[in-house]
Design a binder for this molecule. Structure first.
Ligand code: HEC
Length: 156
């Protein structure tokens, strides 16, 4: 398709205006600013999995920043918060205080996916603590590739 210069200018202007109008993040404001997540206790109005997921989201963003800054040691600390929150999740599941939003009857499958996922997180920590930038970046890709699979199955 060939655009006349004027049409091209108009569509460029529209594209730029469109960019400005779009939100800068696709996450919910609560998840983006994450004032309601804690590795030590589940805050009011949030369940244990949501709490853990918010910290996981932060840890993912921190990991990208750590790779960008060449400061891989920051990853372990951020991921440690996720592991502490996971203990709160395990306790809630054990005490039957947590119900999955979707496929609630497939709790065993959720636990298996969660176990496998946390093993991938441990590999990410291991790569980062050995200061291997390539392995860390590749493993971050592996970790991110697992989010949507579990969300499709268990999240509304
Ligand atoms: C083992 C399953 C599983 C994996 C893996 C997983 N999630 Fe989740 N996630 C869930 C479930 C279940 C919910 C819905 C929790 C609820 O509302 O009770 C959720 C919800 C979320 C939320 C919304 C939390 C809120 O504030 O309501 C975010 C953000 C999130 N996940 C991020 C991620 C990211 C990023 C990854 C990958 C790095 C990931 N999740 C991997 C199961 C998973």
């Amino acid at each position: 398709m060939t655009l006349r210069p004027l049409a091209l200018a108009a569509s460029l202007a529209a594209a730029i205006a469109g960019c400005k109008g779009e939100p800068t993040t696709t996450t919910t404001p609560a998840a983006a600013s994450a004032p309601t997540a804690s590795p030590d206790h589940v805050p009011p109005g949030v369940n244990a999995v949501q709490n853990e997921m918010r910290l996981l989201h932060e840890a993912m963003r921190d990991s990208v920043t750590a790779i960008a800054d060449g400061h891989l040691q920051a990853i372990a600390e951020s991921m440690h918060r996720v592991h502490r929150a996971r203990e709160l999740t395990e306790k809630a599941v054990e005490e039957k205080r947590y119900t999955l939003p979707k496929n609630a009857d497939k709790l065993e499958e959720f636990k298996a996916k969660d176990d496998a996922f946390h093993q991938e997180l441990e590999k990410l920590v291991a790569a980062s603590t050995s200061n291997d930038a390539k392995a860390t970046s590749e493993q971050l890709g592996v970790v991110l590739s697992k989010c949507s699979d579990c969300h499709t199955m268990f999240r509304r």
